[in-house]
Each structure stands twice: as structure tokens, then as C-alpha cells.
Design a protein around this ligand. Structure first.
Ligand SMILES: Cc1cc2nc3c(=O)[nH]c(=O)nc-3n(C[C@H](O)[C@H](O)[C@H](O)COP(=O)(O)OP(=O)(O)OC[C@H]3O[C@@H](n4cnc5c(N)ncnc54)[C@H](O)[C@@H]3O)c2cc1C
Length: 404
């Protein structure tokens, strides 16, 4: 019997994870990535709850732990670097802002691609056109020859152009009124092994985090409801950040001056994707392309890993792809809905606009850090990471590798 084929668009987290699981069920997936090579940028991401269980079933838990950033927890600091409150790393995988299984996004993407060495990856190309003929999908590429696949899956992130080709403007992109510039800066002797979080008036936040590559990861975030900054040129985004963060204090000037020479500067609007359906015909969505919960949820990577696992498992369990897509959505929807439900006031509450607001925020985090309140409010920084019953598809495997 010939293997079923799938074209997966996007080689970050959801794409390679889906390719991995499809291989285990005997499929022949091909992954296409727009970037010329694997993108290794990005900061710490959490692998929690069900996402962690999926990583364990892939045999990757130890490798992820070995690539840990070494971050000891989250520390709120004042204008002079004085410590306001600190939250040590969680001991369970749903505890705390710093998860126990925390890894740089680029390191996780590399691990996933390395573990799918028997999958065809095409870099530097993208889908230019899709035609679902009922029994196959004919795919035109920007550069390569047209090819036909049994299925196409968009794993190409929040701004997925594959989603747009197949679903038009059906999905709603919910902008959360926050922008973030991310980049890597040289580590200095004063950088702590903590995620240091500084809030300045005007809804501005500067954070510095350690990594396991000898550098420090900086982020500059600010509240704004003006749309479209993410579409501006990088030079304009530098200028915008210099203007917005002028006089903010703490390590801001250092971050602003290192920003322009950073190897990986990325500027994003913080938003969620709400799609009424995750499939049409032979085309499906997975990860951020389907249900981005935003970085403030702490759940993006766990959703991507879990979604890839369930989608592949349902495809293995059903003869007809429509039944598989229905099963995927039935199992994942409640989990996604939970993850996308942000606590009231987020993200504005963590980015106060006034000095008074910052003082109140500091009082709240000081209180939350005391042992008694921390026990009572154990869920304060804990996203709903394990709110899904993961099906077991082990009996459907034809290519058993690694994992359990
Ligand atoms: C470079 C980068 C840095 C990130 N940094 C952080 C971070 O610091 N913190 C955080 O919380 N989240 C970050 N994220 C997002 C995080 O990876 C996701 O929220 C989550 O892991 C889900 O991953 P995903 O694979 O669904 O989507 P994404 O991680 O967004 O990956 C989408 C992939 O598709 C590729 N792509 C886009 N368009 C096309 C196209 N038309 N054709 C082919 N390929 C395409 C992209 O280059 C990317 O590799 C980052 C993502 C990227 C790509």
C-alpha cells in the first residue's frame, strides 16, 4: 500500500511536530518553509502540561530539559534594579511564569527538525496556489514545480498565507493592544539568571532573560491600540521604540542601543487567532495558524505540540480525512478555548500606564510572592496547561521511533 502524503507549510514548532507524528503512522510528509534556513530566533517558550506529555511521547523530554535556559524564575525590578518581588521556577509543569521545561524557541525547532531527519524539508519556498480537486490537493509553489498531495496543513503561524489562500478572511485576528520588540543582546556582568521584569509609566515594559548561549534575551513591550506598526520597516520600528521608550529607566538605554545591531530583531503585534473551523476539504490548520493564543498566554507551544499530536493521531485513526478533522476539532476546541481565555485585564494589567498603577502592581506582586498568598493563589501565573485528555494512538503506529 502506498503511503499517504501531506504537505505541511511552516517549519517552526507545529509543522515539524506534525511531520514527526505522521511519520510514526506511516505517512510521507513534506515540510515547506518560507525562510531560506531554519529560523533560530525567539525567546524562552514553555512546554507545559499536555505539551510536555506529547514531548515525552516523542522521546524529547530529556533533550528539552538539557537545553534549559537556566532561568531561576521571574523577578520584578524597580527603576534602579532593586528587587520588588521574585517567583522561583515552578516545580510542577503548570506552576509559575517560568516553567520548569523552558527552552529557547529556536532550540526546540532545531530539536524537532533533527528528530524528523527522514522527512523532506524544502526551505526558501512557499505555497503560491492551492486547488482541492476532491481526491487530492494540487499545490503550486512560488519556486518549485506543481505537486499533488493527499492533504495540506498550514502550520505557518499567526499571519498564515496558506490559511488566507484556503479560507479567505474567515479567521479573526484579535489584536490585544500590545506590541513587542524581541532581540538578543550581549550578556553583561550585572545580568541576573532571572527573568527580570521592569515596568515604566506609559504601559511600557522592559524584560531581560538569560539564555543558554551566553547572551541575554531582551524584550521591549508597550501598550498601543494603533494598528499596523508590525508592518512598518525595521528602521521605522527602531525609531518607534526609541521614541516610546525614551527616558524609561533601568536597562532601557542599553537595550535600545544593542537593538539596532541584534542578529534577530523581531517586532510583533500581540494577537490571537480565532478561526470558526480548522479545516476545509483536504486542507487543515494547526498551531498558531489555527489558534494562536499569543505569547502572553504562555500556551502557544503546548497548543502547537498537542494539536500536531491529535491531528496526526486522528488521521491515523480514521479512513476519511473529514472524520479525522472532525475528531481533531472536537478534542482540541475546549483546550484551545481555555488557553485563549486570558485573565481579566491582561495584558494591560501587567503594563500599567501611571506611576500609581505601577505602585499598585508592585504591591500586588509583593503580596503574591509571600508564602501564604502564593499558596492561596497558586494559579496566578499558571496557564491551563493540562486541561485535555490526550488520546492514546500508540496501537496505530507503523514506524515506532524514540518516545514511549
Ligand atoms: C522566529 C520566531 C520567533 C518566535 N519567538 C517567540 C518568543 O520569543 N516567544 C513566544 O512566546 N513565541 C515566539 N514565537 C511564536 C511561537 O513559536 C509560537 O507561538 C508557537 O510555538 C506555535 O508555533 P507554530 O509552529 O504554530 O508557529 P510559528 O512559530 O509562528 O511558526 C510559523 C513558521 O512558518 C513559517 N512561515 C510563515 N509563513 C510561511 C509561508 N507562507 N510558507 C512557509 N512557511 C511560512 C515561519 O517562518 C515560521 O517558521 C516565535 C515564532 C517565530 C517564527
Amino acid at each position: 500500500m502506498t503511503s499517504r502524503t501531506a504537505l505541511i507549510s511552516g517549519a517552526s514548532i507545529a509543522g515539524p511536530a506534525l511531520a514527526y507524528w505522521l511519520r510514526r503512522y506511516g505517512w510521507d510528509p513534506v515540510v515547506i518553509e518560507r525562510a531560506p534556513r531554519l529560523r533560530d530566533g525567539g525567546q524562552n517558550i514553555d512546554v507545559r502540561g499536555a505539551g510536555r506529555e506529547v514531548a515525552r511521547r516523542m522521546g524529547l523530554e530529556d533533550a528539552i530539559r538539557a537545553a534549559n535556559t537556566g532561568e531561576q524564575g521571574t523577578r520584578f525590578v524597580g527603576r534602579d534594579g532593586d528587587v520588588i518581588a521574585e517567583f522561583p521556577v515552578g516545580t510542577s509543569d503548570t506552576d509559575g511564569a517560568t516553567a520548569e521545561l523552558e527552552i529557547l524557541r529556536g532550540d526546540l525547532a532545531r530539536l524537532l527538525v533533527d528528530t524528523t531527519h527522514d522527512v523532506e524539508y524544502v526551505f526558501g519556498d512557499r505555497i503560491a496556489g492551492l486547488e482541492d480537486t476532491g481526491d487530492r490537493v494540487s499545490v503550486a509553489f512560488e519556486h518549485g514545480e506543481t505537486r499533488a498531495f493527499d492533504l495540506v496543513v498550514a502550520a505557518d503561524g499567526i499571519n498564515s498565507s496558506t490559511r488566507r489562500l484556503a479560507f479567505g478572511d474567515e479567521a479573526t485576528i484579535r489584536f490585544l493592544g500590545l506590541y513587542t520588540g524581541w532581540f538578543t543582546v550581549p550578556r553583561t556582568a550585572t545580568d541576573a539568571p532571572w527573568w527580570c521584569w521592569y515596568g515604566a509609566p506609559g504601559g511600557r515594559t522592559v524584560t531581560l532573560r538569560p539564555d543558554n548561549h551566553g547572551t541575554t534575551r531582551a524584550a521591549l513591550s508597550f501598550l498601543s491600540t494603533t494598528p499596523g506598526y508590525e508592518q512598518r520597516s525595521m528602521e521605522d520600528q527602531f525609531e518607534l521604540l526609541r521614541t516610546v521608550f525614551s527616558g524609561a529607566g533601568w536597562e532601557t538605554n542599553r537595550a535600545l542601543s544593542d537593538m539596532t545591531v541584534a542578529p534577530d530583531f523581531t517586532f510583533e503585534r500581540v494577537a490571537q487567532v480565532h478561526a470558526p473551523r480548522w479545516s476545509t476539504g483536504r486542507i487543515a490548520l494547526v498551531g498558531d495558524a489555527a489558534y494562536c493564543a499569543s505569547p502572553v498566554s504562555g500556551m502557544g507551544t503546548s497548543l502547537a505540540l498537542t494539536g500536531a499530536y491529535v491531528l496526526a493521531g486522528e488521521l491515523a485513526a480514521h479512513h476519511h480525512h473529514q472524520d479525522a478533522f472532525r475528531g481533531y476539532e472536537r478534542i482540541m476546541r475546549p483546550y484551545v478555548d481555555q488557553a485563549q481565555k486570558l485573565p481579566p485585564g491582561v495584558p494591560a494589567i501587567a503594563n500599567p500606564r501611571t506611576r500609581l498603577g505601577i505602585a499598585a502592581f508592585h504591591t500586588a506582586v509583593r503580596l503574591a510572592a509571600t508564602p501564604l498568598v502564593s499558596r492561596l493563589t497558586g494559579g496566578l501565573f499558571s496557564p491551563p496547561a493540562d486541561k485535555i485528555e490526550l488520546p492514546d494512538y500508540g496501537h496505530l503506529e507503523t514506524n515506532r521511533r524514540g518516545g514511549t
